[in-house]
Design a protein around this ligand. Sequence first.
Ligand code: SF4
Length: 499
Amino acid sequence: MVARAKPSLPEELFLERLPSGGWPSWGVVYPSTYEVGSSNLGVQYVCWMLARMGARVVRFFPGSFPRSLEGNLHPLELDVLSFNVSYELELLQALRFLDSSGIPILWRERLDGEYPLVMFAGALASLNPSVLLPFADAVAVGDAEGGLLERLLGAVRERAGSSREELLLALGENPSAIVPLSPRRARPSRREALLGWPSCSLWLSPRSAFGNSLLLELQRGCAFSCPYCPVPRVYGRARFRPLEECLEVLGWARPLVPGPLRVGLLSPEAGCYPWLWELVEGILRMGFGVSFASLRVDTVKDPFFDALRAAGVRTLTLAPETGSRRLRASLGKPFSNERLFEVLRRARESGIRRAKLYMMVGLPGQEEAFAEEVSFLTELADLCGGLRMPVELSFSTFVPKPFTPLEGAPFWGVERAKAFFEELRRDFMLSTRGGAPLELKLASPRESALEALLSQGDGELALKLYRAWREGAKPGKELWELWGEARSRREWYNLVEPA
Ligand code: SF4
C-alpha cells in the first residue's frame, strides 16, 4: 500500500503573528481550497480580530488540508468552528467537512455531546439563512466588525461551563444572530464606516488566488442597485476608505514585506472609488505593483487609462453581462456596446494585452435577444482582431438571488442554458468562420442549478440536496418541487430584516 503524502503547508508571510495560545480555541473554516479561502479578506479579518481578542485561532481549508494549519488539530479538538460561506456551493463542502470529522451535521444531534459550537457566517447567512438552519448552532448575519464577532465571543466565554442549550440561548440574544433553538428575525450587523483597522491582508501567500498580493479594502457595499446583484443587500450602502488612510496602511505594511510587493485593490467595482488615480500614483511612488478588481464600464474615466499605463496592468476585467443593450439596461447597466468597445480600445492603447468579460445566459427575455447577442460577439471579434487583443468571455447561468428585484425570475435549468450557449457559439463561429480572438466558456450549469436550489431553498431542501450530492446524484424533480415551494414561502425574508 502506498502511503498518501501529507499536503505541504503553504508558504506564508504574516503581517502580525497569530498567538499560539488563547481561549476559547476557535477554528475559522473556509469550506473550500486554501487558494480560494486564503484570498478571502473576510476570513483574514475574522482571524485577526479573534487573535487580538485573545482567542486561540486555527484555520481550516478542508479543500486542501484535512486538519488545521496551526497545530494540525482535528476539528473535534476545538471549542468553536465558524464557517464563512460566501457562495452557496460552499455549504455542501462545509457539511462534508463536519460529516467526515465525525461531527453530526444537524444541530439537534449535537445537543447531547461534546461537540464544538458550529456557527455559520458569510454572504449566504445574509441572503438565505433558512438553508443553514438545520445545521447551524447559530447563524451570524452581517459584518463581523459591527460588534457581532465580539459579542459572540463574549457569550461563548461567559457561558463556559453552562449547558449547550444555555449557551445557544445566550447567543440568540444577539440581535444579529439566528439561533435555530429559538429562531427570530435578525438585524444585519454593519461596519458603518470603512475606517481604521482591519483594512488589509493579515497574511500573504504565493498559493492564494491573488498570489502574493497585499489585499487592501477600498470599498464595502455598492452605490448602484443592479437588480440581479446581491452585493448591496449583503454589504449595505457604499462606504469608502479615505485615500490618506489607504496610503498610511501601505506605509505601515511596506517594511514588513521583503522584496517586491503587489497591492490588490478590493472593491465591488474599482472604477467607483473616488480617488483611484491618486491612490495608484501613491502606490507606484512607494514602488509597489497594483492590480484591480473587475470594472464597471460606465464608471471608467480618463485618468483610469493613465493609471493602467502607469501600473503596467496587462489584463482588464469587465462585466457587460450581455451583448444586448436593452437587456443590459434592464440589469442596471445602461451603457452601449460602443462605449464598451471604446473602453477596450483605450485600454489596449494603455498597454492592456488581454481582456476578460463576464457574461450571462438565462436572463429574462434573452432568447428574444439572440440575434443581438450574436451580432455583439461578431463586432467584438472584429474589434479585438484589429487590436490583436485576445478576449475571454466567461459565461455563467443566471441565478435569481433573494432580496433582489429579480428574485422571482425563472431559472433556466441545465439543458436550456447549455443549448442556448451552444447555439450562440455555433452562430458566432459561423459568422466569423472561427478565426476570431475570442474564447467563449460556460461555467458548469449543473453547479448553477445547485446554486439556484440553495439560494432560495430551505433547510429541508438543503439536507436532501446534501445527501444526493454526496452520492453524486443530479438534482431531481422532487428537489425542484421543494425549491418551488420554498421559493414561494420566501422564508429568508422572514429571517432577516429587509434593508
Ligand atoms: S453589479 Fe456591481 S455595480 Fe451593480 S450592484 Fe453589483 S456590485 Fe454594484
